[in-house]
Design a protein. Structure first.
Length: 82
């Protein structure tokens, strides 16, 4: 492994701000976890299509087909899980 030479001023800065950088990195990890949870609560592409089809069928006065209804119900159940 090669040693890395850090100029004194930069090494001092790193030493002085190590705790702040650690807190920042911890906050970034929390934000990443929150974003992952948010993305999990989004409609999947197939669910978006099924919902679009179901809305169109209802607006035409038709009853949504069983498969479209099932996908919409499954999506709702997945999104409402805590």
């Amino acid at each position: 492994m090669t040693d890395i030479m850090i100029p004194y001023g930069e090494a001092r800065f790193i030493a002085e701000h190590r705790d702040e950088m650690a807190e920042f990195l911890a906050a970034v990890e929390v934000q990443k976890a929150a974003l992952a949870r948010h993305l999990e609560r989004q409609l999947l592409p197939a669910e978006k299509i099924a919902l679009t089809v179901a809305v169109a069928q209802v607006r035409r006065g038709e009853q949504p087909t069983p498969n479209v209804t099932a996908v919409c119900i499954e999506a709702l159940a997945r999104l409402s899980e805590t």
